[in-house]
Design a protein around this ligand. Structure first.
Ligand code: UDP
Length: 362
């Protein structure tokens, strides 16, 4: 059986790494990877293939930039061409990016079954491009691999057939179990940046709802600068965020108070996460990784898809509309621990995905 996997963005390379390894171990499955090119910088793409031991994608479409419709449309055209040549038995897509939707849509129109990893997540905020992408992808997928109980409940409520909803756990937990022990507090990026274990805050910001709203980005910046007076803040800048800050002329002055760095590879990121006193983020993946390494997290958004971490006391929401409130939540988060919970499965999501694909698609 042949699977075509469609990837394009940083978190997808990370999630796919464990599933691709599980597919490679199976005698009955082969995988052909299409990289759409949505993320293309060496430190947003190549580094993950190298560090996580993934083969070079068979196809690189080199599609990036432009508005959502433009980017998704070009991907749709090119993915369809590849699918017509490869004639796979199924198409595997991850998460909620334009690459996810384009891959699923190209496949379903050719009557190729779609398997969606990280199905059922909902923010209930249709202003997010990710929410649109994930709802539409779920709708046209045959197999819905859910990471959490809550995600499966969303799909049940939306009327999907029970046999389509397959609880497997979160592949990012698999990745953390495989790679989380590759770092220590000595050496590495921590040493290079002069940071001490548990002596700094790690920040990441890239969601359009923050970068594209000057008031929200200003509140985040003001809050991070305020907490940096007590604890250094290290902030690997996503290209979109760097672009916005540069355009508004804020980048230089910000760099005086905060440690701004380029996006880092997965292993450096794990080290930064594991030894942080607190993580402040609007990333989905980073919220979960904070929990995997038992680091308190503040999510700089109005809502989160990973509600179990808020319920469990590992994560707090801080809407970046008012800097003073964000500062208070950040300060209150330091030193807190949540309840011991196991919402993301047993770390065998990748194997379960492969087993189910073999069973369901045969
Ligand atoms: N990440 C990384 N380097 C960075 C920032 C993030 O390796 O400089 C990793 C992070 O550890 C996580 C993933 O990228 O595994 C999260 O991706 P991102 O925040 O871009 O997307 P989201 O999870 O919000 O979809």
């Amino acid at each position: 059986m042949k699977i075509v996997t469609v990837l394009g963005a940083r978190p997808q390379f990370i999630k796919a790494s464990v599933v691709s390894h599980a597919i490679a171990k199976s005698d009955s499955l082969t995988e052909v990877v299409i990289h759409t090119g949505q993320h293309f910088d060496a430190n947003m793409s190549d580094v993950f293939f190298a560090e996580l031991g993934m083969d070079k994608p068979a196809y690189h479409l080199d599609i990036n930039g432009g508005l959502h419709g433009d980017m998704t449309g070009r991907m749709l055209i090119e993915i369809e061409k590849v699918l017509l040549v490869e004639e796979p038995d199924a198409v595997l897509v991850y998460g909620d990016t334009n690459s996810t939707l384009a891959g699923a849509l190209a496949a379903v129109k050719l009557h190729i079954p779609v398997a969606h990893v990280e199905a059922g997540l909902r923010s209930f905020n249709m202003a997010m491009p990710e929410e649109v992408n994930r709802i539409l992808t779920d709708r046209i997928s045959r197999l819905l691999f859910t990471p959490t109980v809550v995600a499966a409940q969303h799909l049940q409520r939306e009327g999907f057939a029970a046999e389509q909803i397959i609880p497997v756990g979160d592949v990012m937990f698999d990745v953390a179990l495989h790679h989380g022990s590759r770092v220590s507090e000595n050496g590495g990026l921590l040493h290079q940046l002069g940071l001490k274990a548990k002596g700094y805050i790690l920040a990441t910001i890239h969601r359009a709802e923050n970068t594209d709203h000057p008031g929200r980005l200003a509140a985040i910046v003001e809050a991070l600068e305020a907490v940096a007076q007590n604890l250094p803040v290290v902030w690997p800048l996503h290209p979109r965020t760097r672009g916005v800050l540069q355009k508004s002329g804020r980048l230089e002055s910000l760099g005086r108070n905060l440690t701004l760095i380029d996006p880092v590879g997965y292993i450096d990121m794990v080290q930064l996460e594991k030894y942080a006193a607190l993580i402040a983020t609007d990333s989905g993946g980073v919220q979960k990784e904070a929990f995997f390494y038992r680091v308190p997290c503040v999510t700089l958004r109005d809502e989160t898809e990973w509600v179990e971490l808020v319920d469990g006391g590992w994560n707090r929401l801080a809407s970046p509309t008012n800097a003073a409130e964000v500062i208070a939540v950040l300060r209150a988060g330091i030193g807190t621990v949540g309840r011991e919970i196991t919402p993301y499965g047993a770390g065998d999501a990748a194997n379960k995905i492969v087993q189910h694909m073999l069973k369901e698609l045969n």
